[in-house]
Design a protein around this ligand. Structure first.
Ligand code: NAP
Length: 261
């Protein structure tokens, strides 16, 4: 069945959390979806649910973005099918909790690959087509972590700073093209993120977390408005404002305390 609008949306990390909720949001608008992640079972069950409830066309593509060849494979696969991607949602990502010197280096490097390299590569592969067609956009999932240095999750915060800077710069470059770029910057959100990052469960319980559905809805609305930066939740917007005003040594100390360092 085909969607109510003619737009095709590619979403990475659609098997759980914010990506899964973004998929539901785009499906509710009638978009045609291509969902990717490693967990095929979760993707297929989401695809079946979205086809049933929203009568949209959904296809699933297994993809491990820690492998450097994956973005090119996705691009070639979709080219082969004759599918033009109108909206790219770079949502896949993960963190690792702990002091940098004590964490396995390969996992940190994998994080750079998934959170930054794959995101930049997918954007580089799909954005030129959008610009040529003068429609569409990129929605990149960064974090409030992008605004501060993050002792206790040093590499993760740095990856998100890169995503935010890259996306804001793109948004500016794209002005006047009818193509947009949005960085969605959630604060703590109730997903599998903490478990994957092996964060201290006691700290996770104490955190005030938004629902993935509320974050995704805010992200989708902001994307539709063409906003360059979208921070869901008043508390998160306040935190960023304080981080901008506060002296940097104090900000990094507080961020470390937040991460239990
Ligand atoms: N939750 C938060 O508090 C929070 C706050 C700010 C920003 N974020 C960001 O939000 C995004 C989504 O995370 P989430 O909170 O929804 O966590 P999540 O529930 O753990 O979802 C992460 C998604 O990324 C995918 N992914 C991870 N590694 C991958 C890989 N190697 N290849 C392909 N896909 C991969 C996972 O799919 P598979 O495991 O099936 O591959 C999953 O669909 C991330 O970029 C995260 O940094 C989260």
């Amino acid at each position: 069945m085909s969607g109510a609008n003619s737009e095709t949306v590619l979403i990475t990390g659609a098997s759980s959390g914010i990506g899964r909720e973004l998929a539901k949001g785009f499906a509710a608008e009638g978009s045609r979806l291509i969902l990717t992640a490693r967990n095929m079972e979760a993707l297929q069950s989401l695809a079946d649910e979205l086809c049933r409830t929203h009568h949209v066309e959904v296809s699933v593509l297994p993809a491990d973005l820690s492998r450097p060849e994956t973005p090119e494979h996705i691009f070639k696969e979709l080219q082969g099918r004759g599918t033009a991607v109108d909206v790219l949602v770079n949502n896949a990502g993960f963190g690792a909790w702990g002091r940098f010197a004590g964490l396995p280096l390969p996992r940190q490097l994998e994080m750079l690959q998934v959170n930054i390299t794959a995101l930049v590569q997918l954007t580089g592969l799909f954005l030129p087509g959008m610009v040529r067609r003068r429609c569409g956009g990129v929605l990149n999932v960064a974090s409030v972590a992008a605004f501060v240095p993050g002792p206790g999750m040093a590499v993760y915060y740095a990856t998100k700073a890169c995503v935010l800077s890259f996306t804001e710069a793109l948004a500016q470059e794209l002005a006047g093209t009818n193509v947009t770029a949005t960085a969605l910057c959630p604060g703590p959100t109730a997903t599998n993120f903490g478990q994957v990052a092996q964060a201290d469960p006691a700290r996770m319980v104490r955190q005030v977390r938004m629902s993935a559905a509320a974050v995704a809805l805010y992200g989708l609305r902001s994307f539709r408005k063409g906003k360059a930066v979208a921070v869901p939740g008043l508390q998160n917007r306040l935190l960023i404002w304080l981080a901008r005003l506060g002296p940097r040594p104090m900000v990094r100390k507080l961020a470390g305390k937040f991460n239990g360092i």
